[in-house]
Design a binder for this molecule. Structure first.
Ligand code: GAL
Length: 347
């Protein structure tokens, strides 16, 4: 009896120890090494979560891509197994070592049975002036991902929510019309009907673009809208609840944190209505010293969504921490509060 008690009690404690999120703390993987998947995104595939993010290295050089995109897997979101480098940087070409490769996101295409990765790419040695999207594809979820190409967005296409007569030559999207629109902080979103969208900071970060992808998710159809004109929205994350589309993002202050933004729309195409900073309480004006990277719907739980953000440490990027917090709803708005430690049952 006492053996049974100790056994059961002991295992309950263990489960609690590993069944908690501790925002801002080191987060060891199955090897005891702090997870290295910054600016990341999540894919739920066949009952397992896959976390893809930027593999950073120590020192300022770690803000450039020295290794590639790292992948981890988990059954419960708390305990993560290192699945290695999903997309490796190369010796030459667009994704050569030393380029800037940020905010990778992976989606699964049920039609082609391929895993498709999009990321923000800056060609080596050119600062942030290239502003391109990179596309890679794999047959297995953990990779290896094969780099296909990099591109500017929707070349030659006018946004569907701007009439020709409202266009003036000094507008940045007109400047970039022929060569394609700039792509910086970016996100992918797959809707219930399987259509996928690329959401990215464009026009020198002034205005966000939302662009439809082709059925194979490897290109743009050419249909896109401009959203939050002149609002300098970065770090976009999108989720859907009760038929409404929600947006979370940040202002534009580089690695330094700022107040988050949120918005709601009846359609992915808009119109988007801003809802203000969703963060409340202490350090809300700095998004708890983090910047959004993804919002994860908890499967089977209609009202549970997890805010995933990065606490950047640009002088030593490998030490960057992950800020995961529960999202709560108040009518049509959502809010995020700091908690030191929480679990999926604490919503
Ligand atoms: C942030 C952006 C990061 C990175 C950084 C560089 O605003 O969200 O992904 O690009 O700027 O300064």
């Amino acid at each position: 009896m006492s053996f049974l008690f100790t056994f059961v009690f002991g295992s309950v404690c263990l489960a609690q120890q590993s069944g908690k999120f501790r925002p801002g703390q080191l987060w060891p993987d199955d090897n005891g090494v702090h997870i290295n998947a910054h600016g990341g995104g999540m894919l739920l595939y066949e009952g397992t979560y896959y976390w893809f993010g930027e593999h950073k290295v120590a020192g300022e050089i770690g803000n450039t891509a020295q290794v590639g995109v790292h992948c981890y897997s988990s059954k419960d979101l708390y305990n993560w197994v290192d699945r290695g480098i999903a997309l490796a940087v190369s010796d030459e070409g667009d994704i050569q070592k030393g380029c800037i490769l940020e905010r990778p996101k992976v989606i699964y295409n049920a039609r082609t049975k391929k895993f498709v990765m999009w990321f923000h790419l800056e060609l080596k040695g050119k600062g942030y002036s290239s502003a391109r999207a990179g596309i890679a594809v794999a047959d297995e979820v953990t990779g290896p991902y094969r780099f296909i190409r990099s591109t500017r967005a929707t070349p030659g296409q006018y946004p569907v929510n701007v009439s020709d007569s409202a266009c003036t030559a000094d507008q940045l999207f007109i400047r970039d019309l022929a060569g394609g629109q700039m792509v910086r902080d970016q996100q992918l979103f797959v809707d219930d009907d399987g259509k996928a969208y690329h959401i990215f900071a464009s026009e020198e970060n002034q205005t966000l673009h939302i662009a439809e992808l082709t059925d194979d998710y490897l290109d743009y159809t050419g249909k896109y809208v401009r959203a939050f004109e002149g609002r300098y929205m970065e770090a976009p994350a999108i989720f859907k609840k009760d038929g409404l589309y929600y947006f979370m993002g940040s202002g534009c202050t580089g690695w330094a944190p700022n107040a988050a933004r949120s918005a709601v729309a009846p359609s992915i195409w808009g119109p988007w209505t801003e809802l203000g900073n969703p963060c409340v309480g202490r350090d809300a004006e700095k998004t708890f010293f983090s910047q959004s990277t993804y919002i994860l719907p908890v499967p089977g739980e209609k009202d549970k969504f997890i805010y995933m953000g990065d606490r950047w440490t640009p002088s030593n990027p490998i030490d960057g921490r992950y800020i995961w917090l529960p999202i709560r709803f108040e009518g049509r708005k959502f809010k995020i509060e700091w908690v030191d430690e929480w679990g999926l049952d604490d919503f």
